[in-house]
Design a protein around this ligand. Sequence first.
Ligand code: NDP
Length: 283
Amino acid sequence: MSATIIDGKAAAEKVRAGLAERVLRLKQKGIVPGLAVILVGDNPASQIYVRNKARACENTGIHSRVERMPENTTQEQLHAMIREINGDPAIHALLVQLPLPGHLNEAEALRQILPAKDADGFTLANAGALLTGTKGVLPCTPRGIIELLKGAGVPLQGAHAAVIGRSNIVGKPTALLLLRENATVTVCHSRTRDLASVVSKADIVVAAVGRPGFVTADMIKPGAAVIDVGINRLGDGRLAGDVDFDRVRETAGWITPVPGGVGPVTIAMLLANAVEAAEAYAR
Ligand code: NDP
């Protein structure tokens, strides 16, 4: 049996169509949702991500402000830019594109962002809200993963989920959101003993490792849902996820492709966070 392929582009399109209507309602109240992105330096992947985010904003009727700062920007100059945008009434949501150049402190920079304008949900206030199950801004990729699973009809309650990766931006928040959906969650990382055996018991596998082909078919329980977060650039320039897609699809019940899976829905969730920030501002 071959897995159902979860179409991230279609899921993102559906989210965006709903958002476009909400943007129109805000505009009728005289509010144009605004998202600002700060990009420091010239990391080529970040340049592409920022361009895609700005384009997605324009297609959904969201005002986008992109601030490009040079590689040698100081911590204080970055903080001054964040504070200026915090005070800009045309901007309801703000993100600092990560990774920052090595001389800059990411945690210090994130601390400058007003939690109400935190488009990525990375501030301590919003991370704390996620941990405690209170209202806050959710990080985009984990929010997108739940959207994909629910949209595909994957049962979450009582399911055993294995999340591979424990980063602050993907692994940990995804585990917390799955827990919120009443899944039983195991978080795996580089020190996990017998990872293959842990993963092979899971009904839901989320791979956020950053290693092409890391998840192989023998690790997957027949019928499991496999969400591939990884974005890896291969030697020949192609993009690949963390999952051996061609073989795993023969065993899994559901699977997301790379590209066209988690990526598009992550951007849609960023737009959702921006629209929700503008709606909160309008209230
Ligand atoms: P990080 O590098 O921050 O985290 C990777 C995690 O994988 C770590 O927790 C690490 O464990 C774990 N890991 C590494 N090697 C192994 C191993 N051999 N066995 C088990 N676990 C291992 O990455 P991110 O979370 O930021 O991103 C993960 C991937 O997702 C990347 O490819 C990234 O490009 C992609 N990504 C995609 C997004 C999208 O929109 N589709 C958004 C964000 C990220 P440990 O903590 O022990 O070191």
